[in-house]
Design a protein around this ligand. Structure first.
Ligand code: DGI
Ligand code: FE
Ligand code: FE
Ligand code: FE
Length: 190
């Protein structure tokens, strides 16, 4: 636990106030889901706390840091700025926050797009990010919140579907992984 507190202090300085508040919301929500599904509590708290640690610098700086750490971004990824912080975050969690647990690093890496056949910890972070108490209310959110604690795969499917709808509606480019996450969970539930 001492480690978690240390990381918390460091992040509080780095992140903007709202982002830090969101981070705490995700940490505690991930903790609750870990209790529900019998996952390792400390791993869930750590992954929740660090999931957006790649988000503190500006996009320009995020891109520079990716170069510095030799993180390979597909062209589409470099163009879709919302996705950079997930890969960068996994790298910074390892290099700057001393996390060497690959389960935690993958949960950070895939928290924005999800991926097919996620581990329980990956699903927990993907959903906690979406449902934490500080998220502004959007249609369907109360149901996804409830589903997260009852039918986690259905919750993932609904979350991916809602994200795709939002991206289409706002005419943003869709990363293939975001699409694949939805397809996988839609098919898995049939
Ligand atoms: O970092 P957060 O804001 O807490 O949450 P996040 O990492 O899940 O990022 C959410 C944003 O990323 C949200 O506005 C949807 C967007 N996103 C997810 N998949 C894609 C995407 N944006 C684009 N353009 N393309 C995607 O495939
Ligand atoms: Fe994020
Ligand atoms: Fe998300
Ligand atoms: Fe987040």
């Amino acid at each position: 636990m001492a480690d978690l507190e240390k990381i918390q202090k460091k992040l509080k300085h780095k992140l903007k106030k709202e982002r830090y508040q969101h981070t705490l919301g995700v940490m505690y929500t991930a903790g609750s889901l870990a209790m529900r599904y019998g996952e390792n509590l400390e791993e869930a708290l750590s992954a929740g706390l660090l999931h957006d640690c790649g988000k503190y610098p500006s996009i320009e700086k995020q891109l520079r840091q990716c170069q510095k750490y030799e993180i390979r971004l597909e062209r589409a990824e470099a163009e879709v700025h919302a996705l950079i912080h997930a890969k960068l975050g996994a790298c910074l969690a390892e290099k700057k926050y001393g996390i060497d647990n690959p389960r935690i690093l993958d949960a950070i890496r895939y928290h924005t797009t999800g991926r097919p056949d996620m581990s329980m910890l990956e699903k927990i972070i993907y959903l906690a990010d979406y449902i934490e108490p500080g998220r502004k209310m959007i249609p369907g959110l109360p149901e996804i919140r409830k589903l997260s604690f009852t039918e986690i795969d259905q919750a993932v499917c609904r979350c991916a579907e809602a994200t795709l709808q939002y991206l289409k509606h706002s005419k943003r480019s869709i990363d293939p992984m975001t699409q694949r996450t939805y397809e996988y969970y839609k098919t898995a539930l049939k």
